[in-house]
Design a protein around this ligand. Structure first.
Ligand code: AMP
Length: 460
């Protein structure tokens, strides 16, 4: 084995490593976006399998919406005064001057699709899940990207505290399967129904009336468009002013309070620990009642791994009939970072079983169909079919960490044989060419063969 060679997977592991070589390539990804290299794809594949399994078990079906929508879809729902709409959208005009936006999140598009495809005529609730890229012109930093992946789900058409809890439970189960549930804590709040929010908004307007001079220009605009967003302000003077502002909890109607208490009771029964967090409002306007996030409490709100909430008014905002709904979304990059931080290992299906090395044109003629046959029988195989000494080909086999190597040189061509080399032990034996595939399968183990069954309902 050539142990001093850097393994190919490690080479692919991080972008820094390539940058660390000292040469800056002429082209790099734009700020805030990143390539998903093979090592991280192993995480994505693993996460996809888990979310698909858990979603299906709970009756969800997959949906994909376009990468861009009419800008209005997001403006109307997420809210013009939110950071997402006011600062973070990738908005552009098409050739006919229509305003389009790369989707910054999934829920608004799914509700647009719910209305467009008359999903109200389906049995309710309609349960949908997605695994999609989203785009926000966010300030790039650890865990904050301009293109990021989200898995999420929506339950549309019914309202009951039990549905809120079932959503939280599904998210929790996924985190459990991913091996990170114990590192996260559920933060939960109830931000009231639409009516109590209206009353609260008026109380906020009254409170800020006459105090505008203490607000930043941005907060003044927020105050006009949606006073709730002033509470999210990051300006020091506004933060001080906010400390004495009326509190949400004093405006929540008895119905919302009862709804919230029921949610908390179910959570306790299920043994899901939570922190009641009165300042959790989430940065999108369409939420009402239950809102929740999963945080690594050591890292706080900036690193929410996932979150969701009820949005009973959203479908109406888009022109549909009043339809209650609740959803959840988690950031895949943050999930992967959390898994890596806690040393969760994911299985790799990329490892080669066998590497085929050859010498001479006649040997190559044998190798091409041999590799084809090996692959057809489920053996992950690769060959160095270019020119090069067998010794060098073996070095390559070693870099790819192939446990077995088949060697075919001039003697083997003449004798109709092949050499099977065990790359771990360094031993080798000669077998008849007609038996080499069966011999390799025996060594690899039938249970490890890589077969694809087109009947498997794989759609991710
Ligand atoms: P949101 O759509 O804002 O409720 O976000 C849901 C989840 O998506 C968050 O909890 C994060 O895990 C993830 N997320 C949101 N914004 C970003 C971003 N800019 N980069 C990476 N992940 C993000």
């Amino acid at each position: 084995m050539v142990n001093d060679q850097k393994h190919i997977d490690e080479y692919f592991e991080t972008e820094e490593e390539i940058e660390g070589e000292g040469k800056t390539p002429p082209f790099q990804t734009p700020k805030g976006v990143h390539d998903i290299l093979p090592h991280d794809h192993e995480f994505h594949t693993y996460i996809k399998k888990i979310v698909r399994h858990r979603s299906r078990q709970a009756g969800f079906k997959r949906i994909s919406t376009p990468i861009f929508e009419f800008t209005e879809v997001f403006k109307r729902t997420i809210g013009e005064a939110t950071d997402i709409v006011s600062k973070e959208m990738y908005t552009f005009e098409d050739k006919k001057g229509r305003s389009l936006t790369l989707k910054p999140e999934g829920t608004a598009s799914i509700c647009r699709a719910y209305i467009q495809h008359n999903m109200k005529d389906l049995p309710q609730p309609v349960e949908l899940f997605y695994y999609e890229p989203h785009f926000r012109y966010d300030r790039p930093q650890a865990g904050r990207y301009r293109q990021f992946w989200q898995y999420g789900f929506e339950v549309i058409g019914e309202s009951d505290p039990a549905l809120d809890v079932q959503s939280i439970l599904l998210a929790y189960k996924i985190f459990e399967d991913l091996g990170i549930a114990h590192t996260l804590k559920l933060q939960i709040n109830n931000i009231g129904d639409l009516n109590s929010r209206k009353v609260y908004v008026e109380a906020l307007r009254d409170y800020y009336f006459g105090k505008e001079r203490y607000l930043s220009e941005e907060d003044k605009i927020r105050l006009q468009k949606n006073p709730l967003r002033v509470l999210d302000s990051k300006y020091e003077d506004t933060i001080i002013l906010n400390q004495s502002a009326p509190k949400f909890k004093d405006f929540i109607s008895p119905e919302s309070q009862a709804f919230h208490e029921e949610v908390l009771e179910y959570l306790t029964d299920l043994g899901i620990e939570y922190t009641e967090n009165n300042s959790l409002v989430r940065g999108l306007d369409y939420y009402n009642q239950t809102v929740y996030e999963f945080w690594d409490e050591k890292k706080g709100a900036q690193n929410s791994v996932g979150g969701g909430g009820r949005y009973d008014g959203l479908i109406e905002m888009l022109g549909g009939q009043p339809t209650p709904a609740i959803g959840f979304a988690m950031g895949i990059e943050r999930v992967i970072a959390q898994m890596k931080r806690h040393k969760v290992r994911v299985p790799s299906k990329d490892d080669l079983h066998v590497f085929v090395a050859q010498l001479g044109r006649e040997a190559k003629k044998i190798c091409i169909p041999l590799i084809n046959q090996l692959r057809d029988r489920g053996v992950r195989s690769m060959g160095a079919l270019g020119k090069g000494a067998i010794k060098n080909q073996l070095k390559i086999a070693d870099k790819f960490k192939a446990p077995y190597c088949i060697l075919i040189g001039l003697t083997e061509v003449r004798d109709q044989t092949a050499i099977i080399r065990n790359m771990i032990k360094g031993s080798q034996r000669t077998v008849k060419m007609s038996e080499v595939v069966d011999e390799i399968i025996k060594s690899v183990g039938k249970e490890n063969l890589d077969f694809y069954n087109p009947q498997d309902p794989i759609d991710l």
